[in-house]
Write a new protein. Structure first.
Length: 214
């Protein structure tokens, strides 16, 4: 395992919790930042350290990264009904701290519909991404630009709708504007979280974005 000390951001969320569990299962040493650490208090193992913090606080983010990690895995998300860049702003804090204190390796969960996956999905997906998630996706697109300009060893995973599924199923993984046939435009949180860790360990995934779906 190349990156054994992981910092997980967004670990109290749906995908993030699965990511923590899967990382522990795979033997990583995990530190999770949480606004409310109690949300992770049911996961009791010496492999997991949970620290209180808020990604909107740049000073806290710097202090956190000073601890030293091998890689950062991020499933942060902010739902918003109006224009704004909360996710981009948090990502700027993260990138700035990583450039000062390391590490260089960063895997981020974005969303189908961002970048060259724009327009992918069925009619329902397109409706949701263009209407309900409109402002979220604008923020995510700008988050991806921050990553692209960061100079870090970033990789992005763009899932479609996440479903809470603790079982593993085969899924497709693709890049760019290709539109695989027969795609169901959803993926379980466990499979999406697992793919984040698969991508993490693949050095040939530096500077690339991937879509995944059942
Ligand atoms: N859900 C979907 O169907 C779907 C589909 C495609 C892509 N995505 C994307 O995939 C990612 C993960 O999705 P999800 O459904 O797991 O999201 P989620 O359940 O909403 O989790 C978001 C996480 O971000 C954390 N967070 C937000 N603001 C923070 C702050 N200021 N400081 C520290 N932590 C903060 C939340 O912490 P708190 O617990 O403290 O709020 C939570 O842990 C998101 O980027 C989402 O947009 C989701």
């Amino acid at each position: 395992m190349k990156y054994s000390r992981l910092l997980v951001l967004g670990g109290t969320g749906r995908a993030g919790r699965q990511l923590i569990l899967e990382a522990l299962e795979r033997g990583y040493q995990v530190t999770a930042l949480a606004r409310d650490p109690a949300q992770l208090s049911d996961i009791q193992t010496q492999q997991l350290q949970v620290l209180r913090g808020d990604m909107t606080n740049a000073a806290q983010v710097e202090e956190l990264l000073k601890q030293g990690f091998d890689a950062v895995v991020c499933t942060l998300g902010v739902f918003q009904k109006s224009p704004g860049t909360p996710l981009t702003d948090m990502t700027r804090h993260l990138v700035s701290a990583m450039k000062k204190y390391g590490p260089a390796r960063l895997v981020v969960m974005s969303s189908l519909g961002v970048g060259d996956s724009d327009g992918q999905g069925n009619l329902l997906v397109k409706f949701v991404t263009s209407r309900i998630l409109k402002h979220v996706l604008v923020d995510k697109a700008s988050q991806e630009v921050v990553l692209q300009e960061s100079g870090l060893d970033w990789t992005v995973l763009r899932p479609p709708r996440l479903i809470d599924s603790p079982t593993r199923k085969p899924y497709r993984l693709w890049q760019g504007t290709a539109r695989p046939r027969g795609t169901r435009w959803r993926i379980g949180t466990l499979d999406a979280a697992s793919e984040m860790l698969n991508l993490l360990e693949q050095d040939d995934s530096f500077h690339s974005a991937w879509q995944c779906s059942y």
